[in-house]
Ligand binder design. Sequence first.
Ligand code: BGC
Length: 504
Amino acid sequence: MQANWRVYAVSLFAAIGGFCFGYDTGVLSGVLTMEHFIYTMRGRSFLTPLETGTLTGLLLAGCFVGALIAGQSAELLSRKRTIILASCVFMVGCAIQTAANGYAMMVVGRAIAGLGVGSLSMVVPLYQSELAPKEIRGRLISLQQFMITAGLMVSFWCGAGTQYLEGQASWRIPIGIQIAPGFVLAVGAIFLPYSPRWLISKGRNEEALTVLANLHAGGDRSSPIVNQEYNEIIQQIALERKVAVTSYLELFAQKNRRRMILGIFIQIFQQFTGINSIMYYAPRIFLQAGIAESSATLIASGVNGVLNMLATLPAVLYLDKLGRRGTLISGAVFMGTAMLLCGIVMGAVADVVYNEETGQNTVMLGHNQNASYFCIVMIYFFVAGFAYSWGPVGWVYPAEIFPLNIRAKATSLTTAANWLMNFVISQIVPIMLADITWATYIFFGCCCYIMTFCVWLFYPETKGKSLEEMDQVFDGPVLVYKQKRYNAARDLQAEEKGSIEDKE
Ligand code: BGC
């Protein structure tokens, strides 16, 4: 199908939601080290680990709840209006944070911004998947991940840039800036089209045909491709109406169970690659890997952010050629190997020093320059491996596998699973780093290898299939390697049935 520029423009615009996601999750790490911020929060020169943990954790908790609420809203109010609402909630949360006169106000602002980010993280990929021609669906949803990484990177450099400012501006500017993308999204989304699939599910078929024609055929309502897609959606919805899903429990009924489990686990796995151990604790990790000076650690983290963004581009360009399975499997092997090598070298070379005051272990690698460089390069490899594979596909896959009648509810659960695990990782990694040090990397390396195996065994390929064809994709055996034989048998059966009918 000839995709025109409009579908790219609409998907990229919606992906500003991803930018808010990345910026807001990234901005706090820099701000937390700023003297004026700490003083304004607590009137003293330090924050306790509990206070720091609450500020980080509450955003994630808000995201978890936001993702769940957005499922209902996307179904009832539409995907588009949910984007507008979520952006407004996000702006309110950011405004409260920017104006915060103390810890309590900051905590409230973080939680409210979280509601917005969580909703956006659920509804944007869903919206993109429903607009996309099947041939470039992976690419369009990957734009969301690209913008997440752009947000993470910009937040990092903003924090780095303003930390030398005198006074309150040092932290209020980086936090306040994010109101701008939120505003652009909230206002701009008013002009976005509704999802054609949502329109048809509400009986607004004429409007849906116009949207499909505008996005896929330059406005030509009689285009055969547009009509084929339109009819496929109508047929599918008629079929699904017979099995209307009303409660969340029904999502786990026989027909949907397999997809629910795969969708939830791909999101859990995405977090168990260990990506956020690096994203949240990079300065500490680079310090452990032997970069002693704080400016060097800062640069190492900054490079990390740029690399994360650039390495997402191959997914935007090639995900629809390489397919989801190959990308996930190769990415997991790549990341697992990098993590294992990093852990093994650290374990073999580093000194583990116990600090009696803090009761924590620290690995010291600084005395061995080669080992130190090696570990840093491995961490960069790991991040690049994530950026082209599990980063984007973790969001693409759940957004495309569910039937329309449960898509919004189902993706709200899968997204909530991602935020819950994000929270768990953010809480356990500092303990792991302080306790088992280099074995943290071995742990995540092993997780990546387990995921490789799970994807190979359980996750069918979805590239190039329309959303309406997913029933067929998931109709086969649970073990994917048996799928080929099953498909061949099914095709043969269909052929035989066809020829008998012809004779009659
Ligand atoms: C993940 C985030 C992560 C980010 C890093 C996203 O896909 O969901 O948890 O921080 O990628 O680029």
